[in-house]
Design a protein around this ligand. Structure first.
Ligand code: NAD
Length: 485
């Protein structure tokens, strides 16, 4: 099965913050890989724009270095591809808050083609960039802007950002990126749910006991301590990434696979989220480990109350999910780097087998990383003599196994999402009202623990978080899945 590359018409893409960490690690390597795959037609241009003084030649060298450092194995590209890619790059020294560079940037734009402006800068500059794009005549119908997280730190700041963008751009031009949504498995979750007859009839509280969502990291906050300490796991991960995953699991089938139809359904899920009982929240901070500093050594405030781990039990209060809890957890310095969603079905209503055959449940696991794929645990008879002994085995659908080597070549999340921007497809991007609804749900939870100065529990590096997080499920007679790579 050959992967299909559909080239897109030549476009102009400007990366504001084109010398920053995100541009070097993610955006430029993603653009390079699409270039290498043959998806960019001749004439496409990528323009870095940032504060540093550089000319085109210096920027091209800077990008080539970043590609070598962060692109991993690009052996699939023809020799000389980096040199050809460099030819489509240029650079403008520009100040988002002043006039410097804007005339030069405007003069580089080709009229009548798609323009995408990637705001790879802190959110405090979003409004300045939107305003100046408008003032310099670069905000026409074919203009799209891409903004990164964090999109606010509460409802008020998210509203202010939405307004600053909406003053100059229509919602249909704004692409709020959440790279989790660009993952192949996440889209496959929609294909699985809405392209098969098998799952949807069972996708409700009659058949689903509970759902677990885990996003575990092994790294600590590293050099991002300043930012992270103002955010914490709830704001940095749950409000956006985990919430988006929860929406895709819990939403009703949209009438069609169209950006607003999908986002309308996701929004309904967020609005149906119930208040969370503080007893159903476990917050943690990682301890130091041998040569690795603990959370409090990573951040400026030695008495910080910010969580680097959170587990919570949520309810989507609607007809479909009444009585089926969602357990979500995310944290740093955990046992393994893994992200997965597990849909745990109820037990069969009556056991016709020997009582010793144990309790068995079907579990559908959607693995986001590593080894993107989907497993369905089914119960079968253990082979051989000795009676009816039951055992759970996975029906494994690792994409590379099921679809052959071409599945290894699928674009990564940033590649897919950037090309979706160019194509004008907003399905996998968050709409302004979704982001605001997510903050409206998050704010009172955070405010409550801030008000009572809730102290996070300590946990060991390499663990599954504080023991209390395990107890959160144990007391319901349930168990978290093991965190393993
Ligand atoms: P960074 O500090 O490494 O880079 C910032 C970039 O913005 C630089 O290119 C700088 O020149 C430019 N810049 C700053 N002030 C400017 C001004 N007045 N005018 C023009 N350009 C200006 O930051 P980063 O890590 O690349 O992050 C950028 C944004 O993306 C931040 O909001 C960050 O939270 C978000 N983000 C970053 C990552 C990541 O992995 N680095 C991941 C997710 C989200």
């Amino acid at each position: 099965m050959a992967s299909r590359i559909i080239p897109v018409d030549p476009f102009d893409l400007v990366v504001f913050g084109g010398t920053g960490d995100l541009a070097r690690r993610k955006i430029l390597p993603a653009l390079f890989r699409r270039f290498c795959a043959g998806q960019m037609e001749e004439g496409t241009r990528i323009i870095g724009a940032a504060r540093s003084d550089m000319d085109d030649a210096e920027y091209r060298a800077f990008v080539a270095e970043a590609l070598i450092e962060f692109n991993g194995d690009h052996s699939g590209c023809e020799p000389g591809t980096i040199t050809r890619f460099q030819q489509i790059l240029s650079y403008v020294t520009l100040d988002a808050r002043g006039d410097k560079g804007w005339g030069e940037l405007a003069a580089k734009m080709h009229p009548g083609r798609v323009r995408a402006f990637y705001f790879s800068v802190g959110p405090s500059l979003f409004g300045d960039l939107a305003l100046r794009l408008h003032q310099h005549g670069m905000a026409d119908h074919d203009t799209r802007i891409v903004v990164e997280k964090p999109f606010g730190r509460d409802l008020a700041s998210a509203r202010a950002l939405n307004k600053a963008l909406a003053d100059h751009f229509d919602e249909s031009q704004i692409y709020r990126i959440d790279h989790y949504l660009g993952k192949e498995t996440v889209q496959n979750l929609m294909a699985l749910r809405f392209g098969n007859m098998l799952f949807e009839p069972l996708w409700n509280s009659h058949y689903v006991d509970h759902i677990q969502i885990t996003v575990a990291e092994t790294v600590g906050v590293g050099g991002r301590g300043d930012y992270y300490d103002r955010a914490g796991a709830m704001r940095d991960m749950v409000q956006n990434h985990l919430m988006q995953l929860l929406c895709l699991i819990a939403m009703e089938p949209p009438a069609k696979f169209d950006p607003d139809a999908v986002r309308d359904e996701k929004l309904k899920v967020i609005r149906a989220l119930g208040e969370v009982d503080p007893a159903q929240i476990v917050r943690g901070q990682y301890l130091e480990d041998e040569d690795k500093p603990g959370y409090l050594e990573h951040v400026e405030n030695p008495k910080s109350l910010t969580e680097s781990f959170i587990a919570l039990k949520l309810h989507v209060i609607n007809w479909r999910w009444a009585g089926t809890p969602f357990y979500v957890r995310t944290g740093k310095r955990l046992k393994a780097r893994t992200s997965e969603i597990a849909v745990v079905f109820k037990e069969a209503p009556h056991n016709i087998f020997d009582q010793d055959s144990g309790r068995h449940r079907n579990i559908l696991t959607i693995r986001l990383q590593p080894n993107e794929g989907i497993d369905l645990d089914v119960t079968i008879k253990e082979p051989g003599p000795g009676g009816m002994r039951l055992v759970d085995v996975p029906l494994d659908m690792t994409f590379t196994e099921a679809l052959g080597p071409d599945a290894e070549d699928v674009p990564d999340a940033y590649e897919r999402l950037i090309m979706d921007v160019v194509r004008g497809n907003q399905t996998l991007f968050m709409r302004g009202d979704e982001v605001e609804a997510a903050w409206a749900w998050t704010d009172p939870i955070v405010a409550a623990w801030e008000e009572r100065e809730d102290k996070p529990l300590s946990y060991e590096t390499g663990s599954s978080g504080p023991d209390e997080a395990l107890a959160l499920m144990h007391k319901d007679g349930r168990k978290w899945r093991d965190i393993r790579a």
